[in-house]
Design a protein around this ligand. Structure first.
Ligand SMILES: Nc1ncnc2c1ncn2[C@@H]1O[C@H](COP(=O)(O)OP(=O)(O)OP(=O)(O)O)[C@@H](O)[C@H]1O
Ligand SMILES: [Mg+2]
Length: 252
């Protein structure tokens, strides 16, 4: 494949998903290029998290197609999507507070030496991942519950990155972060972008998306209602799409 026509790393086509009588997603399409940062926005209940949970295998679609590097996939669990290079970071991080940073990064796959956990190797590898992210959680022996929310999130991201993903999905990553922690997270996202990791960020804070995003995609009541390059749109215009959708915004 030549550089002139790069293939999307993720393509979702015609995705439908209902929960009982609620149609959460209707015929939704999404494309993500390697190294691209896509902002996924929309009002509450628009279907953003549901779409990402389908991509990560946490939910099953009712209809439609998901292609990863051009190959059709049907993930039945997050474990299966992880094997294809997709990592989703949930808002509650799902970390073990009573364990330290290194143990959390390698949770469920601690390196062993004989019968014992190989602490030295685990700590060295954890440090390497944190360095790759350029985050300042330098104490791999610190218990996660003693870290600030922002640094706990860095650990969750480090854990995701340790699987060497091609795609990282962040659902509302800055919702509970301070100004400095938000700036640090966005810097981490740019660092991942430099390493050609494609990312999808769900956020209600449009300025986050404008800082790191290449493109923004808008969902409204489970449908695609607009998609723009960040360079071609203002925050106000994105808000307009979120509230009124494409046709309404165009017919102003
Ligand atoms: N597990 C579930 N069971 C039943 N309904 C669900 C489930 N998950 C999502 N829904 C419904 O699907 C619709 C879309 O929800 P979703 O969480 O995807 O929205 P969202 O865009 O992420 O919203 P928010 O910005 O509030 O997080 C909502 O009506 C929601 O109530
Ligand atoms: Mg959500």
């Amino acid at each position: 494949m030549s550089d002139a026509s790069p293939r999307p790393v993720v393509e979702m086509r015609g995705i439908d998903k209902s929960f009982g009588a609620i149609q959460a997603l209707v015929n939704v399409d999404l494309t993500l290029m390697p190294g691209e940062v896509l902002g996924l926005v929309g009002d509450n209940s628009a279907g953003k998290s549901t779409l990402m949970k389908i991509l990560s295998g946490a939910y099953q679609r009712d209809r439609g197609e998901v292609l990863i590097d051009g190959v059709s996939c049907h993930f039945k669990s997050p474990h299966e999507s992880r094997e294809r290079g997709i990592e989703m970071i949930y808002q509650d991080f799902a970390l073990c507070g009573n364990l330290d940073v290194a143990a959390n990064i390698f949770l469920g796959r601690w390196p062993t030496k004989g019968l014992f956990v190989d602490r030295a190797r685990m700590e060295a590898e954890a440090s390497a991942v944190l360095q790759r992210l350029k985050v300042d959680v330098n104490h791999v022996r610190q218990r996660v519950e003693s870290l600030s929310g922002g640094r706990q999130q860095s650990v969750a991201i480090a854990r995701a990155i340790s699987f060497a993903p091609k795609v990282v999905i962040l659902d509302e990553p800055t919702a509970n972060l301070s100004v400095t922690a938000t700036a640090r997270l966005l810097e981490t996202m740019l660092e991942l972008k430099r390493q050609n990791v494609a990312q999808i960020i769900i956020s209600h804070r449009l300025n986050d998306i404008f800082e790191v995003g290449d493109r923004v995609m808008v969902l409204k009541r489970g449908r695609n209602v607009g998609e723009r390059r960040i360079a071609d749109i203002t925050e106000h215009e994105v808000l307009e799409l979120i509230v009124r959708g494409e046709e309404a915004a165009a017919g102003r």
